[in-house]
Design a protein around this ligand. Sequence first.
Ligand code: PA5
Length: 447
Amino acid sequence: MPGGCRDHRFGTGGRAFEWRGVSMITLDTKLLRPHLGDDDIAHEMPHAIEALRSILRRECVQADMLGWLDLPGTGTREIGAIADTAKRIQDENDCLVVIGIGGSYLGARAAIEALPDSARFPVHFAGNNLSPEYHERLLATLSGKRFTLCVISKSGTTTEPAVAFRILKAKLIEAFGSDHINNRIIVITDPSAGALRSIAGTEGYMVFPIPPGVGGRFSVLSAVGLVPCAVAGISIREMLRGAEAALGRYSKPLAENDALRYAVIRNLLHRRRCAVEVLSTFHPELTYLCEWWKQLAGESEGKKGKGLYPASAVMTTDLHSLGQYLQEGARIMLETFLVATEPRRDIAVPPDTDDLDNLNYLAGRPMSEINRKAFEGTVDAHASGGLPVLSIEVPVINVEAIGSLFVFFEMSIAVSGLMLGINPFDQPGVEEYKRRMFNLLGKPGVE
Ligand code: PA5
């Protein structure tokens, strides 16, 4: 077998299957066996099932923040209004600027970057940092363009998007005049509270509400993610279809539920020795899905001195930077591979008569095969280096798979957080930097 791993111990997608017509995620845990046995997982599973039941009965800690469970269904009701707005924005503009940070940013960006074939309408992001250079470059990019702002903030008071909104609104006024900007501003915020809500009411901006029981990092399937995705050109109907199928599948209080198995594995390995989980992908277009996952896991679980620190790696790029550490560094990590079985498109390696680079053994072979072998070889290498490794695999990266992955991870991390004994739905630690920053900036009323 030229150029490949001889031992295909990891699944090559043969187990991928459909559920209600939607291709589903498979969790491959074979190579975990030196670290965790099936009996370890079975022994811990009742705790995961109990945590899931407490979520489904809406009896867990902070059960008022379980509104994300309803989004695949309620999102469907909003589709018409969102689709009409998206069409108008596409017809009247050259691009959209999405202003938001954290949960009001990462989900939309994750989907848009993952689906470049669908997301063809240009979307820019602002307010996700306080870099003047970044925003100055964005202003330069917008010069001479017709654009609309989509301002997203659940609280309506977050500094980064508020500052960016002021700057970009001034740019809108400069470009179109103050009497002609209202139909170029869309607000996504709490239905009744917060500064952004009152600004929108006073100015008459179009508003899409974020349901009160939906926290930022669980909000991607609300207007927060759906509006930017729809404008970009992604079928939000298909995304919700994937999400709904996943919700049905991962709501089952059964030991075979892969969202529960993933939660159990994370908890057991964390208890034994792992401090870090690295989510590694071989698809650069999933870089922001990893970023979204990092927020979901980090803000949900990093409490009371507990929780796996969520990190990510994008291969094969990071094999040439982090690969050494993953292979031989401190054995404090669990590595979870997030991969697709099939490519969406392919390129063959061209033949070369001289073969001066000795690459003709790859001539005619698709790049996807080389990438796949890199994945299989890496899994094998890192497992042989003593890392606990598992893989989460989708048949192909498409819009339904992205919708499914959002729900798979939300359900799993919620269960995992409850198993850890923390509240996965709050983020008290995020406030500390804000208080100190406001103090340094002299914000009135802050000590
Ligand atoms: O998950 C969360 O709750 C946070 O990451 C928020 O999404 C983030 O802080 C932005 O908050 P807001 O939407 O209120 O501007």
